[in-house]
Design a protein around this ligand. Sequence first.
Ligand code: NAD
Length: 383
Amino acid sequence: MIGEFFIPERILTGEGALERISDSLGRFGKKALLVTDRTVCRLPGFGRLTRLLSEEGIGYTVFSGITGEPDDAMIREGVRAYREGDCDFLIAMGGGSPIDAMKAIAVSVSSGRSICRFFGEDIRLPRPPMIAVPTTAGTGSEATRFTVITDTESRAKLLLKGRALLPDLAVVDPSLCSSVPPQITAYTGMDALTHAIEAYTSRLAQPLTDAVCLSAVRRSFRFLARAYEDGSDAEACGELAIAALEAGIAINNASVTLVHGMSRPLGALFHVPHGLSNAMLLPSCLRFALSGAEARFAELARVIGAAEREDRQSGAAEKLIGAVQSLCRRVRIPSPAEYGIDRGAYFAAIDRMTDEALRSGSPANTVRPVTGEEIAAIYRGLW
Ligand code: NAD
């Protein structure tokens, strides 16, 4: 199989990386649309960004209208802010939501088309320059050519793809994550872990993605619980930020599989945060995929120290699922019922969720072929 590997043109990592963007800001444009949310724009990191822009003589308009995981209505507002502000490039500071929103605003601005119309296309059009500055250690969106936007009309979470969505510069400065509350650390960290395991066991895995997957899985198992239990643990937060970036690079080039396919409809219909819906589904989807990739599951178990070299392959593979389950317990991942989802509404939605999961295309990347009946059975079993 021929592998093709995409990453942003430039990636800055490490504490204080944000300040390093000043050496190239002038090349991006004269006025930035800062895409963010109302929590992040009050954090000290946002002040650091606006100070840098002022020092470099770059103008900016703040658009803090990302009030949750982004939908097409928020994107329209962002496009209006970009045009009214006479901006010529974009910077997103925040979790995956503002970063995904920035990507959608950028392609809508240059195409004049509503973002949901791009569903199913390979988005390649020219668009204004983009800088992504994550403040959660999770989605890896700073390094992906994807954006996930909810269509308010159909209430479906659409996965949009294309090279135009890959930011030009990614700035992974872990000091920006120090204010993340434990519960969000747990959800976003489980998102990164899911990306790394899915990409490692995807049909599209390739040697370069394998390397970043193994590293991201190792880091996530070592540091997620530590960062969850003590948000001031700078080493753990720094390692998790790198794990999230590695995992983003991995899905960018090997894609996601069954977990993400099933997670998007669950998130869209029951307002479950993205990382949490992934975490809820991860053990059952791994159990399903196990027989298609036993050696790969066993390798992951050995990498995290859950299995020994001498363990038989099947036993080692099982140990990976056990380790994922205990990590979920340790960072207090609730079940759908504990999260407050109504049982009747959940069961009534299974056909629709199954349909949307299949239509997204992600389940087809799973090493073991999966049918609609099998997806529906996993949803039922999850309850
Ligand atoms: P998020 O961006 O929605 O943020 C979650 C919460 O954390 C928000 O309330 C936000 O204000 C708060 N927050 C963010 N940074 C903070 C900080 N430093 N301190 C305190 N609070 C902070 O959540 P997320 O999980 O990062 O992103 C989820 C979105 O990303 C979903 O829409 C998902 O579909 C998408 N996603 C995209 C990709 C991709 O490749 N494009 C991959 C995975 C997920």
